[in-house]
Design a binder for this molecule. Structure first.
Ligand code: GLA
Length: 741
């Protein structure tokens, strides 16, 4: 995995080049004539064209064309010299001023014009990936930009980012330094993106793009994804987000700090997308010879609608994008909603007993186990003091962890290492580590402050928190890493006059700590949590096995959150817990079966006090957990087909199919009562072998809601509308298991 960091010695070739450029011994030799640079996957192709002028433009990203050299004489019918050409990495300069830029630089003489021309490119075959590096350079300022494209042929995914090198003898200031831009031709574009707030993340929003600019971004410093996720889908020539047909472009940025993605329909009607680190308050001084690496942007293009685009992203994520992505993670009981801050050892042991009894495979001790002088008995104290509270657990963490292990379970523990309560030893010892602006109030939220991860000492501390917690017991298998507030009164004592670096270096600092943790602890499972879904992005997922999708555990609300999350992120990362009713966030009361069926479509967990379950409920839980284990490999590794969207009707339905199409699991949920006359919902299943014969069995019930239960049907029948389970009253739900005969 590539680390997000400033490059110094790691990449010799660019440095040698820039050194030569500095010395003026090598003038960029712009290649004569046009050139086509295709970046290809099995079914898609991104075609870049070097024009005679040396400009690099994007002429195609879509279905694969057998002979891409046909693009050599391609005309956009647009006057590129008017500044509206599909410039692949548009920099402010020359005639390019009217469109959104990817790059904006201030040079030592104060001028701001950059003119990038093609210098060279190289293609490297990395086995199952192909890396294309295109080097652009400004003849006058010696600024160099390398555009890197990593094609994943089987997954139809292309990752791209830029590397910006200062080849001058003086510092330059990067005002905007996006990862990439993308240009899409079309008559109509529907943008689907995800807004939200705490306990209400990933709410799908769809808008047909008019002329002008739509921006999704975060300026929150931390918790970058809580209000807008750095990902989207664009339906091309359509005003609908269709599941299995239609041209869809999807993108996701691998960055956990401030980001910005702009969608501009320009005067020609074309859609230009610029994506990368948010330039907000983040101008970046780049010294001579230094290179700035921007985060990767993940792209996919599909002719099979949103479903096809999601499956591409999921396949890439499982194989390449998510830490441990190909693995099945354990079911668990998390202590938070069941015990909150009030527990002692017997509470935990009892919870472990109950969890083991129900067949769960891990116990996770959430917040509240630490703090001595400032015990963490509520959210007002203790953060920062990662020392066991022996009043609660006198026997030690290892005692509890060993108890879980003795029951055949794994053990996990919660930390929030980037944060500090004012009421903590840490806040008193290292007040300068807190994000703050001198002389001003340091605002609190959830009674806490943010530590300054741009400071290497703080990075060491945060690493040390993880390391010391892991040393509490050799039986810690899982760490839930939380991050519960955004930045405010932004400032860094460490950065002195370079406050502008804080947002960027916080993100880089976080990744450098996580990379270090992964070097030391490659096997521990890490859940990325940030007040729920505040850090749901492919940057964090390079280091983390899963995400806590939302603090909202209400199964009804989860249908909206999980549907949207599934558009971009695979089910294997989606932690989903059965909690108590009335739900602690929404107050909703839903049946236990509905709650289980919703949680079982992701990584199943429970988050309640099992003692409060009735014997019948416990029995039901046992059955649901044991059945989940029989098909969860499909949830973790299968291909997802969404069958009904909660945003468009009264049902939510989805299915996962094994890659050989021999097994599948179907989930159906009724979110709203329809009418008495309606028998149920007809769901044409998808992704099966039309000629295969499948037995269909409803799980978790003694009397099925479908007349065909227990029978065998041919795939074409099930896909053709024969599957119509009677799931019609609010919170009715069903899970069907299909197996080829
Ligand atoms: C955040 C998390 C919760 C829980 C609490 C503990 O809100 O999202 O899951 O861990 O913190 O304080």
């Amino acid at each position: 995995m590539r680390r997000q960091t400033l490059l110094t010695a790691a990449n010799l070739l660019p440095l040698i080049l820039s050194a030569l450029l500095c010395l003026g011994t090598l003038l960029p030799a712009f290649a004569d004539g046009k050139k086509v640079i295709p970046i290809e996957t099995d079914n898609t192709q991104l075609v870049l064209l070097v024009e005679e002028s040396g400009s690099l433009i994007t002429v195609h990203y879509g279905p694969r064309v057998e002979d891409p050299t046909q693009f050599l004489d391609y005309s956009t019918h647009r006057a590129n010299e008017h500044g509206c050409g599909p410039v692949t990495y548009p920099a402010i300069g020359s005639r390019y001023l009217i469109g959104q830029e990817a790059l904006s630089v201030i040079y030592p003489d104060g001028y701001r014009n950059t003119e990038l021309r093609y210098l060279s490119h190289e293609v490297r075959n990395l086995g199952e990936r192909v890396l294309t590096r295109i080097t652009l350079s400004d003849e006058l300022t010696h600024l160099r930009v390398d555009l890197l494209y990593e094609a994943y042929p089987h997954e139809d995914v292309i990752l791209t980012h830029s590397e910006i090198t200062n080849g001058d003898r003086k510092d330059v200031t990067l005002m905007k330094y996006a990862s990439c831009s993308m240009h899409v031709e079309g008559e109509q574009f529907l943008l689907s993106h995800f807004h939200g707030s705490w306990a209400d993340e990933m709410q799908l929003e769809r808008e047909v793009l008019g002329h002008g600019i739509v921006t999704i971004e975060s300026r929150r410093g931390t918790q970058a994804t809580q209000c807008n996720n750095p990902s989207f889908m664009v339906s091309i020539n359509s005003d609908r987000l269709t599941e299995e047909y239609g041209e869809v472009l999807a993108g996701a940025l691998c960055w956990s700090a401030n980001y910005q993605i702009t969608f501009e329909r320009d005067e020609t009607g074309r859609l230009n997308i610029i994506s990368g680190i948010n330039p907000f308050n983040s101008e970046y001084r780049l010294s001579p010879g230094k290179t700035f690496l921007t985060p990767d942007m993940v792209w996919t293009r599909s002719s099979n609608g949103a479903g096809g685009a999601s499956r591409n992203l999921h396949a890439w994520a499982r194989r390449w994008g998510v830490y441990g992505g190909g693995e099945v993670n354990p079911t668990l009981l998390n202590s938070w909603e069941g015990a909150y801050f009030s527990f002692t050892t017997p509470t935990l042991l009892r919870m472990i007993d109950d969890a083991a009894d129900m067949g769960l495979e891990m116990f996770v001790l959430d917040d509240g186990w630490f703090g001595v002088e400032y015990p963490r008995n509520g959210d007002a104290a203790g953060l920062g003091d990662w020392v066991l509270n022996t009043k609660k657990i006198p026997e030690g963490i290892d005692y509890v962890a060993s108890y879980a292990h003795a029951k055949g379970m794994k053990f996990g523990i919660w930390i929030e290492p980037e944060m500090v309560n004012p009421d903590s030893r840490l806040a008193h010892e290292h007040p300068d580590w807190v994000i703050q602006s001198p002389g001003r109030e340091i605002p609190q939220s959830r009674n806490q402050w943010v530590l300054d991860l741009s400071n290497p000492q703080v990075q060491d501390f945060v690493y040390g928190v993880f390391d010391s917690v892991m040393k509490l017991s050799p039986h810690i298998d899982y760490v839930k890493w939380d991050c519960n507030r955004i930045m405010a009164s932004v400032g860094s004592k460490y950065l002195g006059k370079e406050q502008n670096r804080l947002f960027v270096e916080y993100g880089q600092g976080l990744y450098s700590v996580l990379a270090r943790i992964r070097r030391t602890y490659p096997d521990v499972l890490i859940q990325c949590c940030s007040s729920g879904g505040g850090r749901v992005d492919y940057g964090a997922l390079r280091y983390c096995n899963e995400i806590w999708t939302s603090d909202n555990t209400d199964a009804l609300c989860r249908s909206y959150i999980q549907y949207s999350t599934s558009l971009i992120y695979p089910a294997c990362v989606m932690a989903s817990h059965v909690s108590a009713v009335p739900n602690h966030q929404s107050g909703n009361v839903t049946p236990l079966k509905f709650r289980f069926d919703m949680a079982c479509s992701g990584r199943l967990g429970m988050e309640l006090q099992p003692r409060n379950l009735t014997a019948a409920e416990k029995e039901y839980a046992k059955r649901a957990i044991s059945e989940y284990k029989t098909y969860r490999d499909l949830v973790f590794k299968g291909d997802l087909y969404r069958l009904a969207s909660p945003y468009d009707g009264d049902h939510y339905a989805l299915m996962y199919v094994s890659s050989d199409k021999s097994r599948a699991v179907v989930f159906v949920y009724c979110l709203k009562y329809e009418n008495r006359e309606t028998g149920g919902i007809t769901l044409p299943l998808t992704g099966l072998d039309p000629k295969g014969r499948y037995s269909v069995k409803e799980l978790g019930v003694d009397r099925s809601c479908w007349w065909g239960d227990g029978k065998t049907f041919q795939g074409d029948f099930l896909q053709g509308g024969g599957f119509n389970p009677r799931v019609r009253t609010q919170f009715a739900s069903a899970v069907f298991y299909l197996e080829a005969r």
